[in-house]
Write a protein that binds this ligand. Structure first.
Ligand code: PLP
Length: 409
């Protein structure tokens, strides 16, 4: 174990500049959060919460105002009634789309758990079963296929243009805010009617600009990822145009009730607490990813992104090209976790995923991936998708343990 600790400590010295760059982003995003808390006058009484219908929940209202400030959006829906990011994306799609509408994904096939939602994989409750049409345009060379997109959207018959930023279980690169800005600008030259919807999972606070600021109409993410700061016990957020937030809230609750209901069941404080810590926790996750990238490349593995590449999300890929190393590494991440360190993850079938998946998540919150976690579908080229780290030090310790497992198999 000591030789691995030495290797990691020595490596750390060589990536000083990259690690320090993260501190500046953490500072700017912390200022954004602090400004929003102060502008909305977040107070101790906002920690109180409601039960039952959840009428007049001032804590819930202030959280949604704070989210709107941070994202520079007209409105927000931040709720524990969203089970997950997938659920928030689902409610948003069903809230906006009507029979015979067309949804067009311009970032290729969406995340695995959305396949049954859209109807890419058959399900009697999919959008397709309601006669919502789906089309997609693949990325080319990790960028948007502008010719195809402009040609398709200029007919002005598309209801939702869907963009997923983080790569999910694919091998493409994630989509940075500059590319997002450019494609929305180009789309708007020929199409002003479609709703641009962005899946922002894993990208929040990685840089200092978010999708609404570059023209997205609605933007969605999970609270057991970046913005929950490791404290939020569940939930997701949707931010964007007021009319869209209204449609989505009426699908989440009931037509006529919308945002006015939704008990917070003692969640207001952890949501605010988590958001306050989120810039710094995302910073720890980014530093863990940079260290992992540098060390694993040094050990001869292919990694994406490289340690000195610009980052769009908190995910680090290690491409093992070998099933055994993927499994050992993932098991090592579990063994290096704060919670359930004696559990040994095995590849298994997961609802919503096509291949068997191995998942390490020794987390306070079930399935939380802002906490150090690692997962990968069992298919070539056997890629580990690692993310999170509540603190950089726990991230580093997890990495050390994972390397030990592949070295000592
Ligand atoms: C995690 C993720 C989702 C789904 O989030 P869950 O909370 O796990 O349902 C959707 N899209 C992307 C890109 C993700 O990374």
């Amino acid at each position: 174990m000591n030789d691995i600790i030495n290797l990691v400590n020595e490596s750390e010295k060589e990536i000083k500049v990259e690690l320090e760059n993260i501190d500046n982003i953490v500072f700017l995003n912390s200022r954004k959060v602090l400004d929003a808390f102060q502008k909305e006058n977040v107070s101790e009484y906002h920690f109180n919460s409601t039960t039952g219908y959840g009428y007049n929940d001032i804590g819930r209202d202030v959280i949604e105002k704070v989210y709107s400030d941070i994202f520079k959006s007209e409105d927000a829906l931040v709720r524990g009634q969203f089970i997950s990011g997938t659920h928030a994306l689902t409610v948003s799609l069903f809230g906006i789309l009507r029979p015979n509408d067309i949804m067009l994904s311009i970032s290729g096939t969406p995340y695995d758990t959305l396949h049954e939602v859209i109807g890419i994989k058959d399900n009697p409750s999919s959008l397709k079963s309601f006669n919502v049409k789906y089309e997609e345009i693949d990325l080319i060379d990790n960028d948007f296929d502008y010719d195809k997109i402009i040609n398709r959207v200029s007919k002005n018959d598309i209801k939702i243009i869907y963009i997923q930023r983080s790569k999910g279980y694919s091998t493409r690169k994630s989509i940075d805010i500059e590319k997002l800005e450019k494609v929305i600008k180009e789309i708007r030259k020929v199409n002003t009617s479609a709703t641009v919807m962005v899946d922002n999972c894993y990208c929040e606070f990685v840089t200092t600009k978010e999708p609404i600021e570059v023209g997205a109409d609605v933007c969605i993410g999970s609270l057991i990822k970046n913005l929950g700061g490791g404290i939020a016990p569940n939930g997701a957020y949707v931010v964007g145009r007021k009319d869209l937030i209204e449609l989505i809230s009426e699908r989440l609750t009931a037509p006529g009730e919308g945002k006015e209901v939704g008990p917070t069941l003692n969640m207001n404080k952890p949501l605010l607490h988590g958001l306050a810590l989120a810039p710094s926790v995302v910073g720890s996750a980014l530093k863990t990813a940079i260290l992992t990238s540098f060390v694993m490349e040094k050990l001869g593995y292919q990694v994406e992104p490289k340690y000195n590449e610009k980052r769009v999300d908190i995910v680090e890929n290690i491409i093992f090209n070998n099933k055994d190393d993927l499994i050992k590494y993932t098991q090592g991440i579990q063994m290096g976790s704060l919670i359930d360190s004696n559990a040994i993850p095995e590849p298994s079938d997961m609802p919503g995923y096509d291949d068997k998946v191995i998942m390490a998540s020794g987390a306070f919150t079930q399935g939380s991936s802002i906490e150090l976690s690692c997962d990968g579908p069992i298919r070539p080229p056997y890629i580990a998708y690692q993310q999170g780290g509540l603190t950089y030090e726990y991230g580093k310790l997890g990495l050390i343990r994972a390397i030990y497992e592949i070295k000592n198999k």
